[in-house]
Write a protein that binds this ligand. Sequence first.
Ligand code: UDP
Length: 392
Amino acid sequence: MSYQAIVVGAGISGAVMAERMASQLGWKVLVLDQRPHIGGNCYDEIDENGIRIHRYGPHLFHTDNNVVWEYLSQFTQWVEYEHRVLSHIDGQLVPIPFNLTSIERCFEPAKAIRIIEALVDRFGEGARIPILNLRQEQSPLLRELAEFVYDKAFVNYTSKQWGVPPEEISPEVTARVPVVVSRDDRYFVDPWQALPSEGYTEVVRRMLDHPLIDIELGISMETRLSLDWEAQRLFLKHEGDTIPFHGKVIYTGMIDQLFACDAGALTYRSLRFDFKTIAQPYLQPVTTVNYPNEHAYTRITEFKHLMFDGSRSSNTVVVYEYPKPFEADKGDEPYYPVFTEEARLAYERYMNRVEEMPGLMCVGRLAQYRYFDMDDAVSNALSSFETLCNEL
Ligand code: UDP
């Protein structure tokens, strides 16, 4: 049967596009992924200890977008889960985002009271202030707080994570983790915070479980598709034949790889994940503990804390995150875009070329070179589907 669309990549973006095209347009869709599994970086699985682990690092779903929430809720039940993170500062664990409780833990009582008063006077209760903005404050107490938080919680973490100090990355990145004028110790404040009751892989499996969707895993795009940029034509490879393809190709991989990086490789930061099984029931009091300073890793995540149905295992499984530069030839995964001016210009050049290829659409974190949370990826894919419909 001939396909009306081919989706390259079975992560969130590809799954949303495939599901929409099959269910709303009645299209026959082929989904390809070079990995042996669906789910992209959201992929999770139950390991030999009976603990659900996230192979590509911790994924905690949260959103303020009810369209995204309603959409995903078609494919899963949810279990409420609010993420909490502690930061290892001067040998003790303090809530991060840095909040009023953290101030009381890190400053002596009389000083803490004065800093809290100064914060409330200046910003009001409940305010959330990016650390780089707090550093611009003039009041000596607020300056002291800002310098403390910057030095102890941000500068080394960010240098490890990104390879540069906080001033050299987009301000929105450190603003994701503000200083909070309240005792709210949740990492996210979105109205919907939950985990899919049977895991993320199962959500994607249900999205793709449609009679009009075929999936081929463990194969590269080049095995099934050929893009002739000169002639501006797409070809499908099938049983030794290469036949013109007049449908849509939804590409969710790295945009620079479509062009063998001929206008420059887009810059990314990668991570090495070190999974450890430890023979004790729990390692740490919350899911994630950040290590902003002397350790080579940035954080440890303990998966048992994400298991609402409990785990009978007497072991616990944790993952250490070691940031590193992204090197494609070493098999690194491109986790975080690093938006240099050069990278932005290269991205624009690639995008202009994509727009000249009829039928080709770039969707998602890697193809659009964006730092998306999971809900952003869903929302973006739903909008891309609208765009596709409007162009029909
Ligand atoms: N950050 C930091 N210290 C922390 C937590 C975060 O310096 O304890 C900075 C760091 O630059 C990080 C950014 O804030 O990359 C965003 O953190 P977030 O936890 O949102 O990153 P993600 O979970 O996407 O890796």
